[in-house]
Write a protein that binds this ligand. Structure first.
Ligand code: NAD
Length: 264
């Protein structure tokens, strides 16, 4: 089992939601954190909250879609704390909509998801994750670090209607642990750097709380624990996967028993 005490976590999307919860959970166990977010105010607030908990924290304002920002993030972790043990690329967005929507009267398509809305989500949730983990993995290997790269997938990875962009990126998050575990095994360091993903259902962060309330009530009808997942519950799972070295190469669901149907 790995110890979190003195271990260093790099977390994107660390300014709010699940990323911030993970940061607090991690420092609560004696770890140190490097947080990145595109929203600078949230990031500064997160830093103050973590320092108030007595945690060691560095922040890097940046956009995960930019190669140089991801390189700076990984460099900051090494320069400030000398190592990287957990990489949690949790920056993510939604931009929901049907791919094509016909007019009720004519039956002809009058609205389409724009390329801009499709690509916005792909760029942040997929390309941004690729850049973050590539830059961090490079520094982990070159600095002889051990630990975990933990992606965040979603129950949306199984195919949620209205989320062709988001669901596609989250399905990718479920397959990357297998791809990279295979690559790291071939290259001889899969025992030092594991790759896994967590796949939450509906978590009570701004992303979900800002949803239309009727849609949210409908969702909760299908959640046996009858409430949203708490961000701290996801953070706890990430930390358990970090500690338990038998957990590798897979995606671990956390959804309160959510009944998933083909409707998504
Ligand atoms: N909330 C849920 O129900 C849920 C369920 C499954 C998976 N997830 C995933 O968990 C992750 C965190 O979601 P959350 O609910 O905490 O959302 P959130 O909106 O609270 O946090 C996301 C953070 O990412 C940051 N961000 C957005 N674009 C960025 C960019 N280009 N570069 C850097 N930072 C950027 C935002 O500023 C924000 O602080 C996301 O990947 C999301 O898809 C969330």
């Amino acid at each position: 089992m790995l110890e979190i005490k003195d271990a260093v976590a790099v977390i994107t999307g660390g300014g709010s939601g699940i990323g911030l919860s993970l940061a607090k959970y991690w420092v609560g166990k004696g770890g140190k954190v490097v947080l990145a977010d595109v929203a600078e105010d949230g990031l500064k607030k997160a830093k103050a909250e973590i320092e108030a908990l007595g945690g060691a924290v560095a922040i890097v304002a940046g956009n995960v879609t930019r190669e140089e920002d991801c390189a700076k993030l990984a460099d900051t972790a090494i320069e400030r704390f000398g190592k990287i043990n957990l990489v949690a690329p949790f920056a993510g967005v939604i931009k929901d909509g049907m791919m094509v929507s016909p007019d009720k009267e004519t039956g002809k398509v009058t609205r389409k998801m724009s390329l801009k809305d499709f690509q916005f989500v792909i760029d942040i949730n997929l390309t941004g994750v690729f850049l973050t983990i590539r830059e961090c993995a490079e520094r982990m290997i070159n600095n002889n670090c051990s630990g975990l790269i933990c992606l965040v997938s979603s129950t949306g990875s199984l195919g949620t209607a209205g989320q062709i962009n988001y669901s596609s990126t989250k399905a990718a998050m479920s397959v990357i642990p297998k791809v990279l575990t295979g690559e790291f095994f071939r290259r001889g360091f899969s025992d030092k750097i594991r790759v896994a993903a967590v796949a939450p259902g509906y978590v009570g962060t701004d992303m979900v709380k800002n949803m239309n309330q009727t849609a949210l009530d409908k969702i909760l009808e299908n959640v046996p624990i009858k409430r949203l997942i708490e961000p701290e519950e996801v953070a706890s799972l990430v930390c358990e996967i970090y500690r338990n070295e038998a957990l590798a190469g897979d995606t671990y669901f956390i959804h309160g028993g959510l009944r998933m149907s083909s409707k998504g």
